[in-house]
Design a protein around this ligand. Structure first.
Ligand SMILES: O=C(O)CCC(=O)C(=O)O
Ligand SMILES: [Fe+2]
Length: 261
């Protein structure tokens, strides 16, 4: 089995050097709302992760949902066509933590102390915790041809993802940082309406296989464009909580996983 130093490229990314390396990462995240570390995972490890993800693809639960950009139910004070209430489509497959092998490299990465310390430092958190339910900590997402994630703002204040396999075409991550202010309640309906109409040119983030992406999606409008072609986009979400004992809601588990446990 590979050790963490054979999985994460510590030569390129000395994540255990907090003051020297991680401080720059933190600054980059603060400045741009995202941090992309390309080839964070070694070629050897990404090949294993890809083989594992492909071997388990048949277990994925596929769901299609419509939702608002704000990920909250429609607000009756606005019309159905208002940016607050307009519906977008998200459709993808997902395998859950309990379907990921005990010995998976994903667990070694997710659990690694140095990796968590690095995340805490960059994300300005005291400690990070696993999800309390058996499904939600590590998820592998599969986007087949035509599948996508519609424009949205995240509920959580940060996200940690690892791309295993990009699509041949499409399946791109588009990101508009600082597009609303959740803290002050500025919803930027006008901007969201323009983005939904395709009138705003969003930045496409250049994410390749083995890239670790950290982003602050609560105030950044973002989406994954529809995949074109027969190569699925395979993306791992490493989900952490900032407090212990928190499970994903049963409603969300039913929607995304098709089951509660
Ligand atoms: O798949 C991705 O790259 C982004 C996922 C995302 O935005 C989300 O899960 O909220
Ligand atoms: Fe998101």
């Amino acid at each position: 089995m590979l050790q963490i130093k054979q999985i994460i490229d510590f030569q390129k990314y000395p994540i255990d050097r907090l003051e020297r390396f991680a401080a720059d990462c933190k600054q980059q995240l603060e400045k741009t709302g995202s941090l992309l570390l390309s080839n964070f995972i070694t070629d050897q490890a990404i090949a294993k992760l890809k083989a594992e993800a492909l071997a388990h693809a048949h277990l994925a639960y596929y769901c299609q949902q419509t939702h608002t950009a704000y990920l909250s139910p429609p607000d009756k004070n606005y019309a159905a066509v208002h940016p607050r209430n307009r519906q977008v489509i998200s459709t993808k497959g997902c395998i859950t933590d309990d379907q990921i092998p005990e010995a998976s490299l994903l667990r070694i990465i997710y659990d690694d102390e140095k990796f968590r310390k690095f995340l805490c430092y960059v994300l300005e958190q005291d400690q990070l915790f696993d999800y309390a339910d058996p499904l939600s900590s590590i998820n592998v997402h599969y986007y087949e041809a035509g599948q996508e994630l519609g424009w949205h703002f995240d509920n959580s204040c940060f996200a940690v993802t690892l791309l295993i396999q990009p699509a041949e075409q499409g399946g791109e991550f588009e990101y508009i940082p600082q597009f609303r202010n959740h803290e002050t309640g500025n919803m930027n309906f006008e901007g969201v309406g323009q983005a939904l109409d395709g009138d705003i040119k969003a930045t496409k983030l250049n994410i390749t296989a083995g890239t670790l992406a950290l982003f602050r999606g609560r105030n950044a409008l973002h989406r994954v464009t529809p995949v074109v072609g027969s190569t699925n986009r395979i993306q791992v979400v490493l989900a952490y909580n900032t407090e212990p004992g928190i499970a994903l809601s049963e409603q969300a588990r039913l929607t995304f996983y098709g089951r509660i446990h």
